[in-house]
Design a protein around this ligand. Structure first.
Ligand SMILES: Cc1cc2nc3c(=O)[nH]c(=O)nc-3n(C[C@H](O)[C@H](O)[C@H](O)COP(=O)(O)OP(=O)(O)OC[C@H]3O[C@@H](n4cnc5c(N)ncnc54)[C@H](O)[C@@H]3O)c2cc1C
Ligand code: SF4
Ligand code: SF4
Ligand code: SF4
Length: 383
């Protein structure tokens, strides 16, 4: 019997799934069981395009689920909006799960029938830059890569010839490669906001690379695991004290790395220079609206306060669109990085929004996307 709070090590009972999965195929097997045994009607997974790119899909075909096994470190897309209005199960990085929770607070997602399998996350990278990095730093032809893994602070690539080459993430980031900036200062590494929190930290001994550590966060997590066990899709065993301690230790190391990045990026701006800072940051904005479109914490749609001012004529030396959004997202920005990723003017939108939001979230001791607690200033367009 599974209980809330259990910490287990598990893997798929199907050798093919176990082999294809990032660490034992536990997540794929749980998703497949949820679909096949009717716990959910659909699942959100990634459809692989190549070794570096994939697109999120919503599917009820178990073959799509099996084909999605494996971790794509070069796919930073946020999955939250794919869960909207559906009875789904979805895997997700902490920021995907945070996005779903923000959507749920705005009644876009029914959290009771949305099953969230969280994946620990050390960070994601851009696909094009990663291929450039492989040539310049690893001396590897991107076409030869068959898989990648993060272990002990190293980013390791495997090639068709069976070789493995790892370089420390610090060294890669110093050279201008590696994780997206938002991932470097991200402050959630184990998705304790999901129903299950899964990852390879804490998997030790002969199971290393071949099984996943999974923490059961709530009753939905119990249902997901029990359903997969009853279907015969997974096997689990209790995690040892040593495994639990290692997972905790690595998480703390990653969080303190994130804090150091935060201190580096969010240097204090004197009060009287703040307005100037925001005006300068958005000076190149072409008002395309892409940053709003992708934001997983944003649900008002086109008929919203910020879009009312989404007009260059209305601007007072700086886009009012951004001013309204900065206020609106001050209690709900989750720092997912999507806005920076899509900005055609190369504006570091995430850094700007996080700088603004961090103050109010800290003041109210509130972290967006972690629980269903109402945000301090929640205000959305009622539907
Ligand atoms: C970007 C990323 C970084 C990670 N970093 C760490 C880490 O630092 N430490 C750690 O302990 N674990 C990390 N993990 C989790 C770990 O790699 C495994 O995903 C986890 O142990 C489950 O393994 P599995 O074999 O059961 O998953 P699988 O059975 O292989 O299933 C993986 C599922 O994840 C989905 N998926 C793959 N890539 C993404 C993505 N980019 N975004 C959203 N969903 C995706 C797939 O669609 C699939 O459904 C990371 C995962 C990802 C995706
Ligand atoms: S923002 Fe955080 S959770 Fe999201 S991809 Fe980056 S490190 Fe992972
Ligand atoms: S403002 Fe940017 S970083 Fe913040 S939640 Fe929206 S897309 Fe993510
Ligand atoms: S995506 Fe960039 S250019 Fe487009 S509205 Fe947002 S900040 Fe401006």
């Amino acid at each position: 019997m599974v209980e809330v709070g259990d910490k287990v090590i598990g893997y798929s009972t199907d050798p093919g799934v176990r082999n294809k999965g990032a660490s034992g195929g536990l997540v794929t097997a749980i998703l497949a069981a949820a679909l096949e045994k009717g716990l959910v009607e659909e699942v959100v997974v990634l459809k692989h395009i190549n070794e570096y790119e994939a697109i999120p899909i919503i599917t009820s075909d178990v073959e799509d689920v099996l084909a999605s096994a494996g971790s794509m470190h070069t796919v930073p897309v946020n999955l939250a909006k794919y869960a909207v209005g559906k009875n789904v199960a979805m895997p997700g990085k902490p920021c995907d799960i945070r996005g779903v929770i923000e959507q749920a607070k705005r009644n876009e997602v029914n959290i009771d029938n949305t099953y969230l399998i969280g994946l620990n996350c050390g960070g994601t990278m851009y696909p094009v830059q990663t291929q450039e990095m492989l040539v310049n730093m690893y001396d590897i032809d991107p076409e030869d890569v068959t898989g990648e893994n993060i272990e002990k602070g190293n980013l390791i690539f495997r090639t068709k010839s069976g070789e493995e080459k790892g370089i420390s993430i610090d060294e890669l980031e110093e050279a201008g490669y590696g994780r997206r900036l938002s991932c470097r200062f991200c402050d959630v590494k184990i998705p304790v906001n999901a129903d299950l929190a899964c990852g390879n930290w804490g998997v030790i001994g002969e199971l290393t690379g071949n099984a996943t550590f999974c923490e059961v966060m709530n009753e939905k997590g119990v249902r997901l695991l029990e359903n997969a066990i009853e279907a015969g899709y997974i096997e689990i065993e209790p995690a040892s004290e040593k495994a639990i301690a290692i997972r905790e230790k690595v998480n703390n190391v990653m969080l303190s790395m994130g804090e150091k990045w935060s201190e580096k990026v969010f240097t204090e701006i004197p009060d009287k220079e703040r307005t100037q800072y925001y005006m300068e940051q958005f000076a190149d904005c072409i008002n395309c609206g892409a940053c709003k479109e992708v934001c997983p914490a944003c649900t008002c749609g086109e008929d919203s306060k910020c879009t009312m001012y989404h007009n260059l004529e209305d601007n007072y030396r700086m886009s009012m669109f951004h001013m309204v959004r900065l206020m609106h997202l001050s209690d709900s920005c989750i720092g997912c990085g999507q806005c920076t990723d899509v900005c055609p003017a190369d504006i570091p939108v995430t850094t700007i929004f996080r700088r603004f939001a961090d103050k109010s979230q800290k003041k109210y001791n509130y972290k967006a996307g972690m629980t269903l607690e109402r945000p301090p200033f929640l205000e959305v367009m009622p539907r």
